[in-house]
Write a protein that binds this ligand. Structure first.
Ligand code: HSE
Length: 303
């Protein structure tokens, strides 16, 4: 039987405005998972961390069920004690389910002594999650872009420049990604397609260049934010904020968190976002975060 394995996966903020379903950054809030194999077939789950009321009971726990399924697929049916220590807000647009899926896949591969290949992990994780952006960034870290091709996910990553400030604000209510996806249209006009595509290539080339000479226009979006705004009081007003140190602002993933790229003191920008939400009677929490340029694969320590 295998030894205990520990896995760390960062939170992720997808879309960055124009990069719907294809780009995300990893940020320094973490899901830590420890799995200890048992001699019997019992599975226990212990959860410590944020939003415990949003975490399903042990039997339905996503991480436990993926590990159990993967081990069974490989002919191993032993039980395990699962300990979860989580800093990533749940249902907040910060990749909590992507982190759970990646942690479970990495843990089960390591328990089974299997190698971890980028394309295999990201493709399996994307199948569970339904879209590749968060899982790819959770695995690689930094700024990551991803595409689906014939059922496989190809993904590429670049470290985020450390001096870039991040302001990240999470309202105190949850919103399911499924609900936020239902608000989206089936198709877009050519003008709107070109609008996002132009910004997507410019933003991506800037972030991959390492220079990250950002302008707020790069983050503008016509594909998802305008259609989701009615679900999130204060979002429209927050996206319209102006400040000399505000380099870009967007909905984080499917929301309701809001992400801003800043220079100088990001706490000032976070305060402005919180004030905008408070004006709409929305309480929120500002996280003190930076980029995570390691990703789950960079946090793996030998057993
Ligand atoms: N790209 C996904 C969406 C991210 O916007 O629905 C979900 O976190």
């Amino acid at each position: 039987m295998s030894d205990r394995v520990s896995v760390r996966v960062p939170a992720t903020s997808a879309n960055l405005g124009c990069l719907f379903d294809c780009g995300a950054i990893a940020v320094s809030l973490y899901l830590d998972v420890h799995v200890t194999p048992r001699a019997d077939r019992e599975i226990t789950v212990r959860y410590q961390g944020v939003n415990p009321e949003r975490i399903p009971a042990a039997a339905d726990n996503l991480i436990a069920s993926i590990i159990r399924q993967r081990l069974a697929d490989w002919g191993s049916r032993y039980g395990f004690d699962l300990e979860i220590v989580n800093q990533i807000p749940v249902g907040a647009g910060l990749g909590s389910s992507a982190a759970a899926i990646v942690s479970a896949l990495v843990a089960s591969h390591r328990l089974a002594g299997r190698a971890l290949f980028d394309e295999e992990i990201v493709t399996l994780a994307s199948k569970c999650e339904g879209h590749p952006d968060n899982v790819a960034a959770a695995w690689h870290g930094g700024f990551t872009v991803a595409m689906e091709n014939g059922g496989r996910i190809l993904s590429y990553s670049s470290p985020l420049p450390e001096p870039l400030g991040l302001a990240l604000v999470t309202p105190d209510y949850a919103l399911s990604t499924a609900e936020a996806r239902k608000a989206l249209p089936e198709s877009y006009s050519r003008a709107d397609a070109v609008h996002n595509l132009q910004r997507a290539v410019v933003l991506t080339s800037q972030l991959f260049s390492g220079a990250a000479d950002l302008q707020r226009a790069f983050f503008d979006d016509r594909w998802h934010q305008p259609f989701r705004a009615h679900l999130m009081p204060g979002l429209g007003e927050a996206l319209a904020l102006r400040h000399p140190d505000l380099l870009g602002i967007c909905l984080s993933g499917a929301g309701p968190s809001i992400l801003a790229f800043t220079r100088g003191d990001s706490a000032v920008i976070a305060g402005l976002i919180q004030k905008t939400l408070a004006d709409k009677q929305v309480n929120s929490h500002a996280h003190s975060v930076g980029p995570d340029n390691r990703g789950a694969k960079g946090w793996i320590v030998p057993k």
